[in-house]
Design a protein around this ligand. Sequence first.
Ligand code: ADP
Length: 191
Amino acid sequence: MFPVGRPDKEKHLNQKARAIWMTGLSGSGKSTIGLELERALYNRGYLVQLLDGDIVRTGINSNLKFSVEDRMENIRRIAEVTRLFLQCGIITIDCFISPTHEIRAMAKEIIGPADFIEVFVDASLETCENRDVKGLYAKARKGLIMDFTGISSPFEAPINPDLVLNTMEMDVETTVHKALDFILPQIILNV
Ligand code: ADP
């Protein structure tokens, strides 16, 4: 008996599975865009799973903190989970700070370079700190949070991302449109 493969599942879902990997500082807009994008794709008939830092860190990765080693392990597990979704034909939107070249390269390697769409959600540290959506920057400045990206832990902007979404220049709606324009041609199944 032949196993049911990814192409069968993609055909079943009438889509090509891809990982839309959003990287950027805390507060840059990854979750906001991720949620809107998931809804927009769902409304067009696509099956998408959003994977978000806060949810993953209270579930599968609840035993991990923010040291360099734990960040690597966090992303390694997320990338493996993403790979399982792709094998099931499901598009994922991964919203993770994933702060270094090394950590993103590992994710890309595990997921598979051909399936990995790197999206840089770009907003300056100053902008993110002013937004301070969750009050985390204020806490980090007071020294209450260790290893906080941008403050006490590095963020390396991607050198050659597939897509840049500058959330200082665009509102949410425009940003999501730009993302959709880029992603839709890559997930349409041509049979
Ligand atoms: P992250 O997931 O990267 O930590 P969030 O999505 O939680 O960031 O927060 C981003 C904040 O920036 C939200 O308050 C959102 O309304 C605001 N924002 C302003 N412009 C944009 C944009 N173009 N895209 C996404 N978010 C934006």
